[in-house]
Design a protein around this ligand. Structure first.
Ligand code: G6P
Length: 607
């Protein structure tokens, strides 16, 4: 989703802004722009890729100035064209703004301003901020900003320039992330850390309704009553190379290959001496014993992780689990009790719907435990407890290591809760812990099939439909496998609970239809084999993913991929990997931009 960068210093701002925006490309965008201030504000914008903007800037020999803001836009209000791209400047030219989020009351504000003679250029909600700021401007920059945020509703991270203040960059946020990077005689703003990593590892996190006044040699933070705020400086603790491609063509492949390492970090640090250490969570053993129901709430792949998590938690703890899409949960008046537990799952920690669902749960006095990757993100900060997935920065829009580490944390939780509630005995717990500890090595072995999966992708890349079928936990994993294909290769794919096929979907199976059958559950294996026979009889080409001792499937399926033997409840960590690789190579075959699929955003900070 949209990205913001800003620079105040003594060097040229434009190169920083363009490089910073490049680091945010992974978030997804469809146009970009920068504005740099010297004697006046010069703005350059472009629809499409950042490279086009860069060419435009180069063509005029760069844009001079040491103060500037930049933006990558993911269109919400108005088409992705040059005019609607940010930055937006007020009619007089005094105020220039970049914005992430949505100004919900922009229509009445726009009408009010238009009735006062303001002429708007774009269709965006953002331009309202620039025009309103200018209209209310009384010479006091911060005072005017306070007035503006008193009038606008919605979510926003704003970077603002004013021609009366040639050395000052202004920032404010509400429900949309913003950090202030701290450099040597230069400071920065950004919607995400990778944008500033080449320049500094030190930053402030801006909280909701906090204002930052940024100059080359100072950063002042204050609340909306202008009280100064003292803030701890955070330091980025991962290696810069973690946010670079490191020799791979795409971040997605790098992140697929990082899964063993990510799982080792996530699991290894939490299994200790026959027990599970869940960081420093506030949830007490007494509370865990008394949990009546668990509500897992998430979006996209994180929701898929939640579906697998439901099977695992119910199996090991016998606590009933409901899994909700965050966008549904927040509006369906969920029935919540005080002894329920809400688990929100989010890689970015900034997904607007998940954040709203979290707030809904908290408003009902339900304890919220979040499974998050991005340290210090909004969801992490607002939750009662956080378990970090420790996967390191994930850049590709399609999640891989983010998802597999979310599964791992759900397994750990299920095991811990099962032990505390005595629904599993110590011997079983130890067997399961051992199985978890060897999962990273087992996952690594799956990479041996990469060439075969590349070949499979070549053979089937032209197909328009792919079905992924499974039962129980395998159905949960099928949902994620199918989403990977859809997201990056634009192949229509459906995941189906295999037993449901004959109630409608089987009518879509015809000669040559590709069906991937995931069959790793001992109890359901025979049944799944029957489902495979049903689709084979209708002409499907079947690729099976099974545990390594199920060689009998070779007589039924056209091609088989084996996963190492593990506990049935943990197989999703492994079955999804061949499908990540298959989706990757299918996308390559079809000429898609793997890391930045069309219309998608890494971090969805609007509703
Ligand atoms: C976006 C991404 C998905 C992701 C979902 C939830 O739609 O494209 O890959 O699964 O958001 O993101 P989160 O950061 O909350 O896990």
């Amino acid at each position: 989703m949209c990205g913001i960068v800003g620079y105040a210093g003594y060097h040229e701002a434009a190169p920083f802004l363009l490089a910073g925006l490049q680091k945010l490309e992974y978030r997804g965008y469809d146009s970009a722009g920068i504005a740099v201030f010297s004697d006046k504000v010069r703005t350059m914008k472009s629809q499409g890729r950042l490279a086009t903007l860069r060419e435009k800037v180069d063509a005029v020999g760069g844009i001079p100035g040491t103060l500037g803001i930049g933006h990558t836009r993911w269109a919400t209000h108005g088409a992705p064209n040059d005019i609607n791209s940010h930055p937006h400047t007020s009619m007089s030219g005094r105020i220039t703004v970049v914005h992430n989020g949505i100004i919900e009351n922009y229509i009445p504000l726009k009408e009010e301003l238009e009735s006062q003679g303001v002429v708007f250029r774009s269709e965006t909600d953002t331009e309202v901020v620039a025009q309103l700021f200018d209209k209310l401007y009384d010479g006091d920059l911060v005072g005017t900003l306070i007035q503006v945020i008193g009038r606008i509703r919605g979510s926003y991270a704003l970077g603002i320039l004013c021609t009366d203040y040639p050395d000052t960059l202004l920032a404010v946020r509400k429900d949309s992330p913003m950090i202030i990077g701290l450099g040597e005689h230069e400071n920065y703003i950004a919607s995400d850390i990778p944008a500033v990593l080449d320049h500094t590892r030190r930053y402030y996190l801006l909280n909701d309704n906090e204002i930052a006044v940024i100059k080359a040699d100072s950063v002042e933070l204050m609340d909306t009553d202008r009280n100064p705020i003292q803030r701890d400086v955070y330091t980025v603790d991962y290696d810069i190379s973690a946010a670079e491609k490191g020799g791979y063509d795409y971040f997605m492949m790098k992140e697929i290959k990082e899964q063993p390492m990510a799982l080792r970090t996530c699991i290894g640090s939490r299994i200790d001496n026959g027990d599970i250490r869940l960081d420093k969570i506030r949830l007490t053993e007494e509370q865990i014993k008394n949990i009546g129901r668990i509500h897992i709430v998430a979006c996209g792949s994180a929701w898929h992780a939640g579906i697998v998590g439901k099977y695992v938690i119910e199996e090991l703890t016998r606590i009933p689990v409901e899994v909700d899409l965050a966008s549904e949960f927040r509006y369906r008046r969920p029935i919540l009790s005080r002894n329920d537990l809400c688990i929100t799952i989010s890689q970015s920690g900034e997904t607007a719907d998940t954040l709203a669902a979290l707030r809904e749960a908290k408003a009902n006095d339900v304890h919220v435990l979040s499974i998050v990757n991005a340290v210090g993100s909004s969801i992490a900060r607002e939750s009662d407890d956080v378990l970090y997935t420790m996967a390191g920065p994930e850049i590709a829009v399609a999640t891989t290591k983010g998802y597999s580490t979310q599964l791992a944390v759900l397994y750990l939780l299920a095991l811990k809760f099962g032990k505390i509630r005595q629904t599993i005995d110590q011997k079983t717990a130890e067997k399961l812990m051992h199985a978890m500890e060897i999962l990273p090595d087992q996952l690594e072995r799956l990479f041996a099939d990469e060439e075969a999966l590349k070949e499979l992708a070549k053979q089937h890349a032209a197909k328009d439909h792919v079905f992924v079928i499974g039962r129980g936990i395998d159905y949960g994993a099928s949902l994620e496998s199918s989403l990977k294909l859809k997201e990056i290769s634009y192949v229509h794919s459906e995941a189906y609970a295999a037993g449901e096929l004959k109630h409608g979907t089987i009518s879509l199976i015809e000669e040559g239809t590709l069906v991937v059958a995931v069959a790793t559950q001992d109890q359901l294996y025979e049944k799944l084999v029957s489902n495979v026979k049903e689709v084979k009889a209708r002409g499907a080409y079947v690729v099976a993913i099974v545990k390594e001792d199920c060689t009998d499937i070779e007589g039924v399926a056209d091609q088989v991929f084996y996963i190492p033997k593990t506990e049935d409840i943990f197989t999703s960590t492994l079955t999804v990997v061949p499908m990540q690789l298959f989706a990757y190579y299918t996308a390559i075959e079809r000429g898609c931009d793997v890391d930045k699929p069309r219309n998608l955003a890494k971090s969805v900070t609007v509703e």
